[in-house]
Design a protein around this ligand. Structure first.
Ligand SMILES: Cc1cc2nc3c(=O)[nH]c(=O)nc-3n(C[C@H](O)[C@H](O)[C@H](O)COP(=O)(O)O)c2cc1C
Length: 423
């Protein structure tokens, strides 16, 4: 037996080496690999306030998947360091809201990860920043994300793509980039269809800024839920969003539209269009303003046309809530207050900012005056829905923070118990 075995040490070394390589390869293939849940080569992130960035991000994801890419799409709310590190290509679609601020679902990311450093060398990235040049801090949040990714050694595929009011040229640049990454074609989420103006009535005949209630019908009524938006397309290509005041069971879309001088959307809806005419319209999911998470008591706050978004919520919910609603004058602007009084609520408080006796009050003043009741009503798990103008939303936010504390507000924002539709 011994004679059969070689005495050549070099041969022995080769044999042992080959054996060791084989064993190590087996072990490597059997080793449990921990893939980050929901991670993929292509990570598409979005931060959206009214849904445009989210829709573009979801469409980009569908295009990548159509092209056979391993891709995942998530809100910035769910984008942790693990997810970013696990991706090879990071694509961010982020809008800017408020005054250069992050959308609500991006606030946690900005306060958390964006203040830290993360080694993202070997990752490639691109940012599509949505904004509007009307605002001083154009695309500010998208740019902050771009700078952070670059500072953390990720490699930019292209400079930050800034989109002014959904400008088609900038959006085409993004589409070209996706195709360069191997994306295929995907169908649009919801297409525009002709909706017919069934009625339009002025709600404040003596009010200063004309406010109208419009009802529109379509041959096929799509489904939607409280919080969703109607987007219209004007003849010169402008897109404008309006909160849906009605639910599908009413058989029509109801909008409250205030006439804005020079505003392409409101001019079309309140002046150009006559009853019987059609307008290209589509229903858009607005997940950030869907019914709040949990089953706690709900406090709703709105002013003016902001009643639209809350009317749908009030009709949709089974548990009557508390509405704090503001208008200018009890008679001249009283029609929406009458509407508010007709809704199934547990409690309604009305604030008039310009009553005849001169003792005006805004919704935030009313909240501050009832601070203890607001705290009792909401308890630890209550929810807030706020709909209306940006200035009102900021005033209400400050009042609520003073009553409930920043920690309560931040926790509610993160948990989807504080939702806002501001414009
Ligand atoms: C209340 C409000 C505040 C806004 N503030 C800014 C801003 O500070 N800077 C900017 O570039 N765009 C601003 N915009 C424009 C939005 O970024 C733009 O409309 C974007 O397309 C919205 O995308 P989203 O639907 O994903 O939130 C603002 C829009 C609204 C309604």
């Amino acid at each position: 037996m011994t004679e059969l075995m070689t005495q050549d040490t070099e041969r022995w070394l080769w044999a042992w080496g080959a054996m060791a390589f084989f064993v190590l390869t087996c072990l490597w293939s059997l080793w449990p690999r921990t893939k980050i849940a929901g991670s993929a080569d292509y990570l598409v992130l979005f931060a959206s306030q009214t849904g445009q960035a989210e829709e573009i991000a979801r469409h980009s994801h569908a295009q990548l998947v159509a092209g056979g890419r391993d891709a995942v799409v998530v809100s910035l709310r769910d984008a942790g360091a693990d997810r970013l590190s696990a991706a090879k290509v990071i694509l961010v679609v982020a809008s800017t809201t408020g005054d250069g601020d992050a959308p609500d679902e991006g606030v946690g990311f900005e306060r958390g990860l964006l203040c830290k450093t993360l080694d993202l060398a070997n990752r490639r990235f691109a940012v599509l920043a949505l904004g509007d040049r009307k605002y001083d801090r154009f695309c500010a949040f998208g740019r902050r994300i771009f700078d952070w990714l670059e500072a953390n050694k990720a490699h930019a595929l292209v400079p930050c793509i800034e989109v002014d009011d959904l400008d088609a040229v900038a959006l085409k640049q993004w589409d070209d980039l996706l195709h360069g990454l191997g994306a295929g074609d995907a169908a649009d989420e919801a297409v525009f269809a002709p909706w017919r103006l069934a009625s339009r009535g002025r709600l404040n005949p003596q009010g200063e800024q004309p406010l109208y209630r419009l009802r529109l019908t379509a041959d096929v009524l799509p489904n939607w839920q409280a919080g969703d938006l109607a987007e219209i397309l004007t003849a010169d290509g402008h897109r404008r969003d309006y909160s849906l005041a009605s639910l599908p069971d009413e058989g029509h879309v109801e909008l409250y539209v205030r006439s804005v001088e020079g505003g392409p959307g409101s001019t079309l809806l309140t002046q150009t269009l006559t009853v019987g005419d059609t307008v290209p319209l589509r229903i858009k999911a607005h997940r950030n303003f869907h019914a709040p998470e949990g089953d706690g008591p709900v406090l709703m706050v709105a002013a003016g046309s902001g009643l639209a978004g809350l009317r749908a919520h009030i009709r949709q919910t089974k548990t009557p809530g508390w509405l704090v609603y503001g208008e200018r004058h009890p008679v001249r602007d009283g029609a929406l207050c009458t509407e508010a009084k007709s809704l199934p609520l547990k409690r309604l408080d009305l604030a008039y900012s310009q009553p005849d006796d001169g003792d005006g009050q805004y919704v935030q003043d009313l909240l501050a005056a009832h601070g203890a009741e607001v705290r009792d009503w909401l308890g630890g798990n209550g929810a807030l829905l706020v709909c209306g103008g940006l200035a009102m939303g900021q005033g209400v936010d400050a009042a609520l923070r003073a009553i409930l504390g920043d920690a309560w507000i931040e926790a509610a924002l993160a948990a989807g118990r504080y939702r806002r539709d501001l414009y």
